[in-house]
Design a protein around this ligand. Structure first.
Ligand code: PLP
Length: 332
């Protein structure tokens, strides 16, 4: 099950150290092979032991959600609407309608913050509405938290949605990744947090999880988890790390503003407000596959054909070049 000190610190970082669910012994964690491993262990638990078969993911989503859940035994993959391409915003009414039509006991994958790939998160009011529908329709929340602290720069704010669902009384699971916020991608450090309503079920659940882990990779690697556990447990190191993620996330926000300003300066057709409204590492620019291809071929700017760019690739030295290239792709 991994390093207990690490899992405890992870659960507390996600739910908040004063979380009643922790105090009541209803929340616990298991160390996993990064965020993907958390998704896999959680999906296997839900399918093999708890007999869930239908799962929903946003359209679009991180491309691995489908594969991980299907490989874990889920047989009914479905999507809910999320991206409104015309308005370059969240298709909230579409999302709610799809959740309302979901069969009871469907597992709903929700991005805790910094939705990948669109960069658009629901507002707090929208999360409240999502929770209402999920409660009414008896849908099970599976949060994917790959960017805590990297979206707003504030660990608590980025965990707001998960904490809100816990406060509302949901049972849930959440896969956490330390690949980005700790820069430990290759160490595969992650955690699966589980929150349940009855502390008496913790021991049997831990036992089922032990079988899943034992039968797939036996035990997780130690060193990355020790790094995270030491930093989270030491107030001085914790403050230093928190300042680092604040710095990194502000840099991303500044680059969003710089790119938008350059495009406005060039008079590039269209509105570019979505670039600054989006959050996290990625931006769905709204560029078409043809325009994206043009950026790659003519300007050596590499992005997905969906128009998704990684804002981390921008810096004060290249942002004007990128804006000029986007202008060229759109106006040529
Ligand atoms: N979930 C989302 C939404 C992601 O964007 C990623 C990584 O790109 C992951 C999960 C998995 O991350 P990892 O397994 O590298 O921790």
């Amino acid at each position: 099950m991994g390093l207990e000190q690490f899992s405890k610190a992870s659960v507390s970082m996600l739910l908040g150290e004063n979380s009643p669910a922790i105090a009541e012994g209803r929340a616990f964690g298991v160390q996993t092979l990064s965020g993907t491993g958390g998704l896999r262990v959680g999906a296997e638990l839900l399918n093999k032991h708890l007999k869930y078969t239908t799962f929903y993911y946003s359209n679009p989503t991180w491309e691995n959600h489908h594969l991980v859940f299907v490989n874990s035994g889920f047989t009914q993959p479905r999507t809910y609407r999320y991206w409104d391409a015309k308005n370059r915003a969240i298709d909230f009414s579409g999302m709610i309608e799809d959740l309302k039509n979901a069969p009871e006991n469907s597992v709903i994958i929700l991005h805790a913050c910094a939705h990948n790939p669109t960069g658009i998160d629901p507002t707090q009011e929208q999360w409240e509405k999502i929770a209402d529908v999920m409660e009414e329709r008896k849908l099970f929340p599976f949060f994917d938290s790959a960017y805590q602290g990297f979206a707003s720069g504030d660990l608590d704010r980025d965990a707001w949605a998960v904490r809100y669902f816990v406060k509302r009384g949901f049972e849930l699971v959440c896969a956490q990744s330390y690949a980005k916020n700790f820069g430990l991608y290759n160490e595969r450090v992650g955690n699966l947090t589980l929150v349940i309503s009855d502390a008496a079920h913790v021991a049997p659940l831990r036992s089922q999880l032990t079988w899943i882990v034992r039968g797939s990779y036996s035990n997780p690697p130690a060193h990355g988890a020790r790094v995270v556990a030491n930093v989270l447990a030491d107030p001085k190191l914790f403050d230093e790390w928190r300042d680092h993620i604040k710095l990194m996330s502000s840099r991303v926000i500044q680059m969003r503003e710089a790119l938008r300003a350059e495009l406005i300066k060039l008079g590039t057709p269209g509105s570019w407000d979505h670039i600054v409204k989006q959050i996290g590492l990625f931006s769905y620019t709204g560029l078409t596959p043809r325009q994206s291809e043009h950026l790659i071929q003519a300007h050596h700017i590499y992005l997905l054909r969906s128009g998704r760019i990684n804002i981390c690739g921008l810096n004060p030295g290249n942002v004007a070049y990128v804006a000029n290239a986007i202008h060229d792709a759109i106006t040529k």
